[in-house]
Ligand binder design. Structure first.
Ligand code: BES
Ligand code: MN
Ligand code: ZN
Length: 495
């Protein structure tokens, strides 16, 4: 997919998306351009015959000339439009454009929103619009058709159009383009079979990424992982014929460094549950248990292109959680890199064990902040469902900043607590802690477990088990991988 920005009259697309509000009747320049092509038929249809009112999500397709079609999209009431609604609406308009046979190029009108009150983050600049729109289009049109014999035609070019193009728009479009690429990259990798996506495969991919983007790459083999004392992580992978790999990529900016951040992605390439094997229905989607790893590998590519003044370490402890004669067992006591001991209560709570060592490793990098993103607990689905990511951490300022940026990025987050009391849930008689307690407060308990393995006082934890790859489609994208939190994390890293 190719992205460009153009002046209205220079557009080369057969399909043009233009927006109308329910409560604002002034016509935009793009609307007027389309109206003129149609000899004012377009405005008659809408404002005289009232074919659509402009309520949120309404779509009206109209041929304005022999070779141009308009897609007029309702945005509802101006003050009520959030960035998320905007993104969802653009995604569905793009899907509508795709149904127009033979069309390879789509133009979208650039708009801005200035309300008196910026309640619910309803305001956006044209640059922010460009960023939101390019992500929305790419994920709206996303399909994993690699294994389909019948491939649908794809839209190849997306054009953002306006009367004038400012530097602000160009910058937003650039961020949007790289962010949307990161999302597509992650979605493709998560969709791919676990048969192919083994720890070694992901490590190989990481090396290719490093080469392409001139990043430092470190891939640790089983023996090197052992030498570094990451024995908790090693135990999780020991039941699989596919050996674990530990991946660490580093992006360093050309000039000054404003901040150093480590970003850890959970990388269980298949979670069968281990000896506490999962029932069939729960195992069905467990190739997606490396969504965190896929996300951070997507993100570092965008960061390498956008070149912010940060040092970024991307880390993943990659392995498979399989039942077998060599698998780790209930009652085993594991020692993590920081010396703390873990009694294995349930082999299916493997993510937190691998993350424990990844967090200890991040502590050796002298970073200012540590962030992990993980499909960690089924419990977060019970609490927050499939559309809200759980946010936890040990630094309220960092959490507040992150949640604010998630709202501006059009993604839903909600803070869950970590309290000292959670310690009681994981009390062990023979080790420093167990890896699981009862069913209660599962998400917070898992986060408390993780907190034992970081020395950072700016550690943020994202539980994306509900949001990474739901079985139902959402308003933006088909069922399966969503690329959740990639937009927010990139905006956070470049902020
Ligand atoms: N990978 C799962 C969590 C998960 C569940 C991700 C559903 C995506 C969708 C994790 O490793 C797991 O199995 N967690 C257990 C922990 C339990 C044994 C305490 C769970 O949530 O059931
Ligand atoms: Mn598990
Ligand atoms: Zn898992």
């Amino acid at each position: 997919m190719r992205f460009l920005t153009n002046k209205i009259e220079d557009n080369t697309s057969g399909v043009i998306i233009s927006f109308i509000y329910e409560d604002v009747k002034t016509k935009s320049d793009v609307f007027n351009y389309l109206d003129k092509l149609s000899n004012n038929e377009l405005s008659k249809q809408i404002y005289e015959y009232n074919i659509i009112k402009g309520s949120l999500g309404e779509i009206f397709k109209y041929s304005v000339s022999k070779d141009k079609k308009a897609i007029i999209v309702g945005l509802g009431k101006k003050e009520k439009l959030t960035r998320q609604k905007l993104s969802q609406t653009i995604a569905s308009a793009a899907r509508c454009a795709k149904t127009i046979i033979g069309n390879k190029s789509l133009a979208i009108e650039i708009i801005e929103n200035n309300n008196q009150c910026d309640c619910n983050y309803s305001n956006f600049t044209k640059g922010e619009f460009a960023q939101i729109a390019l992500c929305a289009v790419r994920i709206g049109l996303y399909e994993f058709d690699k294994y389909l014999s019948d491939k649908k035609e794809q839209i190849e070019t997306i054009e953002l159009i306006d009367t004038d193009l400012s530097a602000n728009v160009e910058q937003g479009a650039q961020i949007g383009a790289y962010t949307s690429f990161a999302m597509k990259f992650a979605k493709d990798l998560i969709n791919e079979s676990a048969q192919i996506v083994t720890p070694a495969y992901v490590a190989g991919l990481a090396c290719e990424i490093a080469k392409e983007h001139k990043l430092e790459a470190k891939v640790l083999s089983k023996n090197q992982i052992k030498e570094l004392g990451m024995n908790a992580f090693l135990a999780v992978g020991q039941g699989s014929v596919n050996e674990p790999k530990f991946v660490h990529l580093t992006y360093r900016p050309q000039g000054a460094i404003r901040k150093k951040i480590a970003l850890i992605g959970k990388g269980i390439t298949f979670d069968a549950g281990g000896l506490d094997i999962k029932p069939a229905a729960s195992m069905l989607t467990m190739k997606t248990d490396m969504s965190g790893a896929a996300s951070v590998l997507g993100i570092i590519q965008a960061i390498a292109k956008l070149q912010p003044e940060i040092e970024l370490h991307v880390i993943s402890a990659l392995c498979e959680n399989m039942p077998s004669g060599s698998a780790y067992k209930q009652g085993d006591v594991l020692t993590a890199k920081n010396g703390k001991t873990i009694e294995v209560d349930n082999t299916d709570a493997e993510g937190r064990i691998t993350l424990a060592d990844a967090l200890c490793y991040a502590d050796t990098l002298d970073v200012d902040e540590v962030i992990d993103i993980a499909t960690l607990t089924g419990a977060v689905i019970v609490s927050l469902g499939h559309n809200i990511t759980g946010v936890m951490g040990n630094n309220q300022k960092q959490i507040d900043k992150f949640i604010e940026i998630s709202k501006k990025s059009g993604e839903n987050t909600w803070q869950m607590p970590i309290l000292e009391e959670m310690k009681d849930n994981l009390k062990s008689e023979i080790a420093d802690m167990k890896n699981t307690g009862g069913r209660n407060a599962g998400t917070s308990t898992a986060a408390w477990f993780l907190s034992n393995f970081t020395k950072s006082n700016s550690w943020l934890h994202l539980d994306i088990a509900g949001t990474a790859a739901p079985e139902k489609s959402n308003k933006e994208t088909p069922s399966g991988p969503t690329g959740v939190m990639i937009r927010t994390l990139i905006n956070y890293l470049i902020s």
